[in-house]
Design a protein around this ligand. Sequence first.
Ligand code: P6P
Length: 338
Amino acid sequence: TELEPPPTDLITLTRHILSQQYALGETATGDLTMLLVAIQVTSKYISSNVRKARLINLVGLAGASNVQGEDQKKLDVLSNDIMVNALRASGKCSVMVSEEVDDTIVVKGSKGTYACVFDPLDGSSNIDAGVNVGTIFGIYKVSEGSERGMKDVLKPGKEMVAAGYTMYGSSCNLVLSTGQGVDGFTLDESLGEFILTHPEIKIPSRGKIYSFNEGNSMHFYPPVISYLESIKYPANGKPYSARYIGSMVADVHRTLLYGGIFGYPDDKKSKDGKLRMLYEAFPMSFLIEQAGGVATTGTQRILDVIPKNIHGRCPVFMGSSEDVEDLKKHYAAYDGEK
Ligand code: P6P
């Protein structure tokens, strides 16, 4: 077949962000654009380190553990430092929360109008096995005259102005929303640019895949058990498929593109579930809702939950609207004690 001529109108991530901000008219100062460009650079750099990790002995443990008590992998620590330094240098971010840092980071003297929460390398327990890992981030506006501190981030996820993730897998994909829908970009390493490859992502209203760690089944509460039964032994004789990678970015990315439901429930062993609100549940819920899906704790919209501490956790069910609404029916029908 005729070779297609190269595209002559490349939409890079920077161009796309600028066009979205221009659409906001003079209210846009360019600060969010600069912040997102800084995040874009960190994703490129983390991607290059993840790719060559084994070659430059970056896999394996760093000898420390984080606030979650999880062993920190060298790449965790490196990715965290890359993000903290780039966000500080951007001058647009005055408050940060990282999964890898116990306390809120306040950039001394900064008048940056944004607060950024992030998991620099989510799913890192999979790194040594070469499984997809990712960076997850959410951005809040800092209120006028704020003292800048924890209260700028202990806000419900619905107050985020942007959220996204970068997945380091067979290719490097950055998925972003600034509240005007969801767009996906793929890193063209020969250009060093993220190119728009998945414009206006919309999640299917129903899927055929469920994504839960069923190794926790003995601890599940009745609504989750009855919901899983309903899709594994359905009246129509067409059970769902199970797909679970154990790396939230990879499991949510597949759910966003193919539909279905991803869940990390609260259970008898983990009373609030495992996933952290600020830098896992909230950003992913923001994206899923912007793509037309639903994200719930089972009884409440995740984006309405007000975090009590910066590493707080919440139950997570998110994905196709019809699938998640089915799940919510099992909670509504359950009036027993948990
Ligand atoms: P489990 C990775 O450690 C993580 O925080 C998420 O990326 C992932 O969805 C979840 O934990 C996996 O947890 O208990 O199923 O291994």
